[in-house]
Design a protein around this ligand. Structure first.
Ligand code: CUA
Length: 336
């Protein structure tokens, strides 16, 4: 309904309608309040104006009136709060079976890598009608990943992952903006979200890949020597990482944390911070030794060795296609 109304960007995700409905409700409520205030203002200015010979009247407060004008706005605000919370949690909670894309922001570009291994810069190809989860981090300053047509925006921070998700509803090309001032070229930190019909997306996916991100991660895991301590039996000097992802982990200091993306990331870059119960503090930090992309690959690998059989099969099925990725970033020019 609003697609031809130029004040609104196109609605192209499942959440867009919900965000717009809440926004329109806010506009109506505030518009009605503004109207009411101005009508009262004009009426009272005329009704109680100074007239010669008429003494000014002293008016005491009215309790019923004050209760009324306190209660009604309170109820309206609570409706806005509850409605806003529902939309917020919907927008903040990625579905479990979402396709994953890793995003690395830097001054001034977006680097994207699909779990299946496709790499893109300032461009993201996604299928229509499928949930896509973005796992995002920054190499330098704070950026913000903003797709107006999807009504989603999330800050991208250095040193940790933030997450957002969407399900595109219409094929097309949509703007991607950086929405956090991040330096001189901030306004140029833009890109395209290309939403394709499923068949076209499959064709695009088959255009080539360097192999699934988890396989890249497995290679890095071996190259860095991680596998010498993190063995797949109980004899390793580090914890066995099979099946760890997504589960609670007991820490040496008594706390329990969930092994999510941020935990795995922290363990690689700052192993001492949340050491697993029963293990010695012998793991060196890999801060500065691995790029953000390599950390992402390692996270994807740790995740893959914990995935259920079905998920693992799904990820590797579309990823074994050889060939050259048309949007691939040459390995040599990887910017740190
Ligand atoms: Cu990145 Cu603004």
């Amino acid at each position: 309904m609003l697609n031809n109304f130029p004040l609104w960007p196109e609605q192209a995700s499942t959440i867009a309608g919900h965000v717009d409905a809440l926004y329109i409700f806010l506009l109506i409520v505030t518009g009605m309040m503004a109207l009411l205030i101005f009508v009262c203002l004009i009426y009272f200015a005329a009704r109680f104006r100074h007239r010669p010979g008429v003494p000014a009247e002293h008016i005491e407060g009215s309790t019923p009136l004050e209760i009324t004008w306190s209660t009604i706005p309170l109820l309206v605000f609570l409706v806005i709060f509850a409605w806003g919370a529902v939309v917020y949690f919907k927008e903040r909670t990625p579905p479990d079976d979402a396709t994953e894309v890793y995003v690395v922001a830097k001054q001034w570009m977006w680097k994207l890598e699909h779990a299946e291994g496709q790499r893109e810069i300032n461009e993201l190809h996604v299928p229509v009608g499928r949930d896509v989860k973005l796992i995002m981090t920054s190499q330098d300053v704070i950026h913000s990943f903003y797709i107006p047509a999807f009504r989603i925006k999330q800050d991208v921070l250095p040193g940790r992952y933030t997450v957002e998700w969407f399900r595109a509803t219409k094929p097309g090309v949509y703007h991607l903006f950086c929405a956090e001032y991040c330096g001189t070229q901030h306004s140029g930190m833009v890109g395209d979200i290309v939403v394709l019909a499923p068949a076209q997306y499959e064709a695009w996916m088959n255009g080539g890949s360097t192999g699934p991100l988890s396989a890249t991660g497995e290679k890095i895991f071996a190259e860095l020597g991680c596998s010498t301590c993190h063995r797949t039996d109980t004899q390793g000097r580090g914890p066995n990482l099979q099946g760890v992802f997504g589960r609670p982990v007991q820490l040496e200091d008594g706390r329990t944390v969930t092994a999510d993306e941020n935990y795995v990331r922290e363990c690689i870059l700052d192993p001492g911070a949340k050491r697993v119960k029963g293990f010695q503090p012998i793991m060196p930090t890999f801060q500065g030794l691995v790029s953000e992309e390599q950390v992402n690959a390692l996270v994807a690998y740790i995740k893959s060795i914990s995935a259920t059989k079905g998920e693992a099969g799904k990820t590797s099925a579309s990823a074994t296609v050889p060939g050259v990725q048309k949007n691939a970033q040459p390995n040599g020019s990887q910017v740190q």
